[in-house]
Design a protein around this ligand. Structure first.
Ligand code: ADP
Length: 396
């Protein structure tokens, strides 16, 4: 036996905060987490014993990284699926598999799959020209949301068009750029959904079939960036919550997802199921960070169990309510200098820092708080106050 004693070796492609937050779960279980990091500065490097730096788009780098690993999984969804198919053909255990991952990489594929599964999509169309977009908008009514099928995040790659005139003015350049793109040749047009709020249905599935959902959460975006999550979603009709969970379980099963998947939803009261599906993410997700302190099994532990095809843990909530608040880089860069103030002001706050340089506007950490349903507004205040101190060095 070699010491220290460690179990299966899990290789994570990408060294951002999601990989970083898998590390405590891996340590607790005695798993050996290796990271393929983009640069030596990314957050996960400091959290694991073994990190190598390399380009995840280079097949030889991936091959070398995969050697000797029990499973390869991801911190992000950007690894080209052709490379993953090659690794699998050479005997590497990649989870989730590219056949599933493609639905998180490509919104056009995702829309078609959701339709095939009979789940609620907004009205949508694949559009390759401005004329097709105008036809879609005239048929469904304006405004219309235009999206790049690949590579978008935090609202980048999303354009809301108010009218046909607006589309002519602002969408033309989006179609012009299609000629020079190698990763996609059409765009996705969607009706602008009149949602009352956004929800997240988080599930985990292991390869042999077990699927477990966490309670459905409410997610609040500011400038298209996840700002706050409340779990379970307050005042969500039980029937809608159950249908959303069921939809997520169905998607995970039918698409053969392994690991954690977040299904982002729009709540639309009065629609047939009460919600529409927005998009899928196949990895631990910002909307699931509350599970670190608010669920029996966190999304990071569950992801590791799932990709190793081990029995999943209980996903029940530990408290009546959990609140997660993100904090961005703000008006100071002495993150540890403000800890005394944050810790003393909000002793109930569980602070998670991603080890990133605190540049303004960059997501650098989050705060979790759990408690009783009767104190929801107080919990939100605690989380927001701690986040404010961490961001700007001063309380609300
Ligand atoms: P990203 O991949 O950048 O997260 P999304 O597709 O989730 O992009 O869109 C970002 C945000 O834009 C969503 O959180 C939502 O607020 C808004 N949005 C996206 N699609 C629609 C839509 N069809 N109707 C209304 N709002 C939308």
């Amino acid at each position: 036996m070699t010491y220290p004693v460690t179990g299966p070796v899990v290789g994570v492609i990408g060294g951002g905060q999601l990989a970083r937050m898998m590390a405590p779960a891996a340590t607790n279980l005695g798993l050996n987490l290796h990271i393929l990091a983009e640069t030596p500065q990314v957050g996960a490097v400091a959290a694991v014993r073994t990190a190598v730096v390399g380009d995840y788009k280079n097949l030889d780098t991936l091959r070398e990284f995969a050697a000797g690993k029990d499973v390869i999984t991801f911190d992000h969804e950007h690894v080209p699926t052709e490379l993953l198919h090659t690794l699998i053909a050479e005997g590497v255990n990649v989870q989730p598999r590219p056949e599933a991952l493609q639905y998180a990489q490509d919104k056009l594929l995702m829309r078609a799959a959701i339709e095939r599964l009979g789940l609620p999509n907004p009205r949508w169309a694949k559009v390759s020209t401005l004329t097709e977009l105008l036809e879609f908008g005239d048929a469904t009514g304006w405004p219309v949301v235009l999206k790049t099928p690949r590579g978008g995040y935090d609202g980048k790659g999303v354009l809301v068009l108010e009218s046909a005139g607006d589309a002519r003015e602002r969408a033309a350049s989006w179609f012009n750029q299609l000629e020079s793109r190698t990763d996609f040749s059409s765009l996705l047009a969607e009706e602008k959904v009149p949602f009352t709020r956004e929800l997240s249905a988080l599930v985990a599935r292991r390869e042999s079939g077990q699927v477990i959902p966490w309670p459905v959460a409410e997610t609040i975006q500011v400038h298209s960036v996840c700002d706050e999550v409340i779990s379970p979603a307050p005042n969500l009709e039980a029937q809608v919550a159950a249908a959303a969970s069921e939809a997520a379980v169905h998607i995970a099963t039918e698409l053969g997802v392994t690991g954690v998947m977040a299904v982002e939803l729009f709540e639309v009261p009065g629609s047939a199921s009460g919600f529409y599906i927005n998009e899928l993410a196949m990895r631990p997700h910002n909307t699931g960070h509350w599970t670190q302190d608010g669920a029996v099994t966190s999304q990071f532990e569950q992801h590791l169990r799932a990709v190793l095809d081990l029995p999943l843990g209980d996903a029940s909530a530990l408290a009546e309510v959990s609140v997660m608040k993100n904090y961005l880089g703000g008006e100071h860069d002495d993150i540890f200098g403000v800890y005394p103030l944050a810790f003393s002001a909000e002793p109930r706050a569980k602070i998670h820092f991603y080890g990133k340089e605190p540049r303004p506007g960059r997501k650098i950490g989050h705060v979790n708080v759990t408690g009783g349903a009767h104190e929801l507004e107080q919990l939100r205040h605690i989380a927001a106050n701690a986040a404010s101190i961490l961001r700007d060095g001063r309380p609300l």
